[in-house]
Ligand binder design. Sequence first.
Ligand code: 5GP
Length: 195
Amino acid sequence: MSSTRSQRGRVIVVSGPSGVGKGTLVRKLLENSDFPLELSVSATTRSPRAGESHGVAYWFLSREEFLQRRERGEFLESFEVYPGGALYGTLKQTVDDAVKQGKWVLLEIDVKGAKSIVEQIPEAITIFIEPPSIEELRKRLEGRATESPEELAKRLAQAQEEIQQAGFYRYRVLNDNLDDAYAKLVDILQNHQDA
Ligand code: 5GP
């Protein structure tokens, strides 16, 4: 396909448990595919990890600023992804601007956020990335070593809950092998191109 051909804007939601490899898959799509994709940069109150910069990985906000902006109605959706943890939210303006420009805006958000988006934008394309097993997920998270043991336990518990809700998504992609999962994603998006 040619990315220069004008397309209708679309909203694509990608979810999956922490450590499943959605970040890697999304990056690969942005870098290698021909779709007019644009990543929606979310806002969060969590601290940046090594290598994450403001406005690229996230907009890193203080809790106070986040709550003020939420009060002003700037978020399309926002949630405490992990109970008692940081806030994360999709900025309305980011999505609106991208869709107006005919972009396919990609939201990498959790299940609660995905449900909220679908209520507001029923035509959103929803994709859930599944791990081969919880054990495999634990291994990947331990290997990544970006979380404390408590944080890791929280993420695994959350993963189990999220996997149970995978049926909500229009598509599910098993990430057993990166190339296969990527090919499946491309296939899904190809089926959503304008005729
Ligand atoms: P992390 O802290 O590892 O970057 O992200 C943790 C979780 O927050 C991931 O499951 C990610 O999909 C989710 N997340 C990131 N941004 C948003 C957002 O804007 N809204 C919601 N609801 N979840 C988000």
